[in-house]
Ligand binder design. Structure first.
Ligand SMILES: [Zn+2]
Length: 446
């Protein structure tokens, strides 16, 4: 039996604890002890009897699992949620980029990202990889809500909505990294947008900067047919091969989407230890395609799940992301057993931590890991009975079933409510939305 410490800051009791370690160790009547933002013990309830805790979180028979790691998001893009629906990636980008140019400032990014972070926290996310302009505002939003954040400077080959010409952009990147190397809860990545918005020379420059700063790379790649055509025109090859030429296909790199891959590219990603963030909500809505998840996993590639921004996937819901990932993999292969529910939950937790370079620190409930965990209540009609907790999470539960969330030891959601106020951000996003679409949302001509 696990030996619990005599005292701890927080004790989570009475839960079906899924540790999500490699062996899928679970404690049907389990407890988790937390001190100083770290997990100090995980085991059967019996072993935790008599532990003195400053705070007790009673899971009331619900599921306790590591907080979700959302490996691809643009949180502030909640500002454009539902603004450009019913069109493919190129048309979507045209509409969203126009709205961004007119309305994105550090101040509106702070408001939008605060809402995005709040939405994710309420849905059981404890860490997010976020790519967006004005990343200092995203850092502030994540700290306010209490989420862990992987963030970094965005690189795009033209001036962009942050109005940074290339030399200034590179200088900003170095300054940003220096500024946030020691920011609590913040992990760093350089974030080139994609091979279709950057030429070969700039991509190679970013790789050199990544080497010099010791900061890995997160980039969109092989998302949609229109992108494949653009990259063929600009680089004469596929996005993966263009990134390979630039030196980016290497351990530590995290690709968003990676939908359109040939067999050789799948083998290359697996061999080089490149991770991918599968974003099924966005891929399905924009008709981008179906990622070759089965083949990537069989090849041994690192796979994880992302929501993408709320302007393409429309919400930041990791439960829907898990379910759609499972359903799309099943439909694409005709194999109902292609991706068992517990492997999907692993992708959303441990897999996310590995993909974002946090293996051994996050994504598993074990002593020494960051105290990032989510409690999912099981007392509502749609979750009764629960024969298999992984199946319940993937195929029946939703984010409104999340009761409590702890991130780095801090309780950020309690009884289904945020522990931090976000009213000013809500008001500000409403104001911005009224300016973006004063007469309602414009619809495309069909
Ligand atoms: Zn994206």
């Amino acid at each position: 039996m696990t030996t619990f410490p005599a005292r701890c800051d927080t004790l989570v009791t009475n839960g079906h604890v899924l540790t999500m370690d490699e062996g899928f160790t679970a404690w049907p009547e389990g407890a988790v002890a937390i001190t100083g933002g770290k997990i100090t013990a995980v085991g059967a309830m019996m072993g935790a009897a008599g532990v003195q805790a400053d705070e007790v979180v009673d899971a009331r028979g619900g599921i306790v699992l590591p907080g979700f790691v959302n490996t691809h998001c643009h949180a502030a893009m909640v500002l454009f949620r539902g603004l450009a629906d019913d069109r493919p990636l190129d048309g979507f980008l045209k509409a969203v980029w126009a709205a961004e140019a007119a309305h994105v400032t550090p101040e509106t990014v702070l408001a939008g990202a605060t809402l995005g972070m709040a939405e994710m926290a309420l849905g059981g996310v404890t860490h997010v990889v976020d790519m967006y302009f004005h990343p200092d505002a995203t850092v502030e939003a994540a700290a306010h809500v209490g989420l862990g954040l992987t963030v970094g400077p965005v690189f795009i080959g033209f001036d962009g909505i942050d109005h940074l010409p290339w030399p200034d952009r590179c200088r900003f990147a170095e300054d940003f990294v220096a500024r946030h190397r020691a920011t609590p809860g913040v992990e760093l990545m350089l974030m080139p947008h994609s091979a279709y918005t950057l030429d070969a020379r700039k991509l190679a420059e970013i790789t050199a900067l990544s080497d010099r700063l010791g900061v890995p790379i997160h980039v969109h790649a092989a998302e949609a047919p229109s992108e494949m055509a653009l990259v063929r025109d600009q680089h004469g090859t596929t996005p993966i091969r263009a990134l390979e030429r630039a030196g980016m296909i290497r351990p530590g790199t995290l690709l968003a989407h990676a939908v359109h891959l040939d067999d050789e590219e799948i083998a290359l990603l697996a061999e080089r230890g490149v991770a991918m963030s599968h974003c099924p909500l966005s891929n399905a809505k924009l008709a981008s395609g179906t990622a070759r998840l089965r083949d990537l996993r069989r090849a041994g590639a690192i796979t994880s799940l992302g929501t993408d921004g709320a302007s393409s996937g429309n919400d930041l819901d990791m439960f829907r992301t898990m379910r759609l990932a499972a359903q799309m993999a099943i439909l694409a292969t005709g194999e109902p057993d292609v991706l068992p529910a517990r492997d999907i939950v692993a992708m959303a937790t441990r897999g996310g931590a590995v993909a974002a370079g946090m293996a051994g620190r996050k994504g598993v409930l074990a002593p020494g890991y960051d105290a990032d965990l989510t409690v999912v209540g099981l007392d509502r009609p749609h979750l009764i009975p629960s024969y298999d907790p992984y199946s319940t999470l993937v195929y029946a539960a939703g984010r409104s079933d999340v009761s409590d969330v702890i991130a780095r030891g801090r309780r950020i959601v309690q009884a289904g409510n945020l522990t931090t106020g976000i009213a000013p951000a809500v008001e500000r996003v409403r104001q911005v939305a009224a300016r973006i679409a004063p007469a309602g949302v414009p619809r495309p001509k069909v």
